[in-house]
Design a protein around this ligand. Structure first.
Ligand code: C2O
Ligand code: CU
Ligand code: CU
Length: 525
């Protein structure tokens, strides 16, 4: 299988990190006020523009009528500095919304006040290895980990969540997740109010099961992951928004552990998509529905004028999710829900939230020019376009999920999981398993350059008009039987990062691997 085990020393050599950095940056707990910059192993003092504290705590919140629910949550506080705001969502378990200008240098003090190990992972932005929240960086209860990174990516709907070994899924299910909204001047031109979020409505969609005393019941299904029968938006059940009959920007994150949504409006108005995981699209894309798998984000520009004085719903339409009995005997259209550990089957239809549209609009924001992509990958600028590196997704007996036949090992990288800094390359996800997987890469935004549909289209035809492939992504839907080719350029940070399925139970169960971004200047590599 060509898998190599690395010692910490090997990693340091491969990624060009000096021994001094090892001393400054002990294996698990980073406390050094330095980090590595660029290709040369030079150390520069890190001077943050802003410092933030994020604390993981247990607390009780009102989710359902009656008894309060015990949750785990991130609490955020801006300690000092500029370029960043930290906004909490009152009464919600959901973590703070950190809004930061691109270019900002952030220092985050992550305090773990839970009773188990945890680590925070910034999902979406490229950050140095020591701030990426690899499971080996997890800290014990009572400890603090310091994150230091500059936001080098453009405006985008990034977010953060736990990433400890085999405990990610349950910690997220208990409530830990927050938004990191990065803005820049291009975005401010395109979307009025982008810098302050004045016109933004963040919508984090999740699903949970509750027991009879309103406590979160974490009962994942071995195959599908954790599917809840209650749909929560921003940590609240039965969400209703009151909006004016005008334009808004709806910023959706599928923060669910495992559930896929097929998003559509109840009045059949098309969804005008302006952005995805890595920020704004080069042009508006109009869709009758949008598929959103766990970890994915979508930005919608919505004009509620056509629904003046009415109530409309954002819903998830029914679809056939695949499954064991060929073509979705287990899931499609609400069948077999009991077998999934939830009364709401994957692929069932339901309302996500309701919008009450009033009669008068006070003003009407209009969309400006969307910024072009800095590069569009294709056959001419991706050297291995015709022969992408294959990554085959499979389900072994006993539900052990594998990538190229391998399972997660804390310190392992195989030869086909090594790349060079500044290298542009195509990878291809090949889904040979019976269910869809959202494949996520750390430290990278990629583009989808080709999809090869499955030979049997009974399930695919119920979803494929909802895929969004025209912008930057860090998580991509790979349907059963489908091959999805992506292209990306690695760097500028080098080191060991991860890629995995973002169904969090699959990730915890083994469907995750390391990949290594190596220094092309290192001798012998
Ligand atoms: Cu949100 Cu390792 O991912
Ligand atoms: Cu991530
Ligand atoms: Cu998966």
């Amino acid at each position: 299988m060509n898998a190599k085990k690395f010692s910490r020393r090997d990693f340091l050599q491969l990624s060009g990190i000096s021994a001094a950095a090892l001393l400054m940056n002990p294996f698990k707990r980073q406390t050094a006020p330095f980090h590595l910059v660029g290709n040369n192993s030079q150390m520069e003092p890190f001077v943050p523009d802003a410092e933030i504290a994020i604390t993981a705590i247990e607390k009780f919140v009102q989710i359902l009528p009656g008894a309060q629910t015990r949750v785990w949550s991130y609490e955020g506080e801006l300690l000092n500095g500029s370029g960043v705001t930290v906004q909490s969502i009152p009464g919600s378990y959901l973590g703070p919304i950190i809004r930061a200008k691109s270019g900002t240098k952030l220092r985050i003090y992550f305090h773990n006040n839970l009773t188990e190990d945890s680590v925070l992972h910034p999902h979406g932005p490229r950050v140095p290895e020591s701030s990426d929240g690899h499971p080996m960086q997890a800290i014990h209860p009572g400890e603090t980990k310091i994150y230091e990174f500059q936001i080098i990516d453009r405006a985008g709907p990034y977010w953060f969540h736990p990433h400890p070994h085999m405990r990610t899924a349950e910690q997220v299910a208990m409530g830990m997740a927050g938004l990191l909204s990065v803005w820049d001047s291009d975005e401010e031109l395109a979307v009025p109010g982008a810098s302050t979020g004045a016109n933004d409505i963040p919508l984090v969609i999740q699903d949970r099961n509750f027991d009879s005393s309103n406590q979160i019941l974490y009962n994942p299904n071995n195959m599908w992951g954790y599917l809840g029968s209650r749909i929560l938006v921003n940590g609240k059940a039965d969400s209703v928004l009151s909006l004016e009959p005008r334009t808004y920007r709806l910023r959706l994150l599928n923060g669910s552990n495992a559930r896929t949504y097929k998003l559509a409006w109840s009045n059949n108005m098309p969804l005008k998509v302006i952005g995805t995981d890595g920020g704004l699209l080069p042009a508006v894309v109009s869709k009758s529905y949008v598929m959103l798998m766990p970890g994915e984000r979508v930005d919608l520009w919505v004009d509620f004028a056509s629904a003046t004085g009415k109530q409309i719903a954002l819903r998830s339409l029914s679809f056939n999710p695949g499954g064991m009995m060929g073509g979705g005997g287990m899931g499609g259209g609400g069948m077999g829900g009991g077998g999934m550990g939830s009364s709401l089957a994957m692929g069932a239809a339901f309302d996500i939230l309701k919008v009450n549209v009033s009669r008068k609009a006070t003003f009407k924001p209009t969309l400006g020019p969307l910024p072009p992509l800095s590069i569009r990958y294709g056959a001419t600028n991706v050297p291995n376009y015709a022969a992408p590196r294959p990554f085959t997704l499979e389900m072994g007996r006993m539900m052990n999920w594998t990538i190229n036949g391998r399972v997660f090992e804390m310190m392992e990288c195989a030869e086909d999981e090594m790349v060079y800094c500044d290298e542009t390359m195509a990878w291809e996800w090949i889904n040979n398993s019976p269910i869809p997987h959202p494949m996520h890469m750390h430290n990278n935004q990629f583009q989808v350059v080709q999809r090869t549909p499955p030979s049997s289209t009974s399930s695919y035809a119920t979803v494929n008009q909802g895929f969004l492939d025209t912008g930057w992504k860090d998580t991509v839907i790979v349907w059963p039987g489908e091959r999805v080719k992506i292209a990306m350029t690695f760097g500028p940070h080098m080191g060991m990062y991860m890629y995995h399925c973002h169904i969090l139970e699959h990730e915890d169960m083994t469907m995750m691997r390391n990949y290594m971004i190596m220094d092309p200047m290192m001798p012998g590599m």
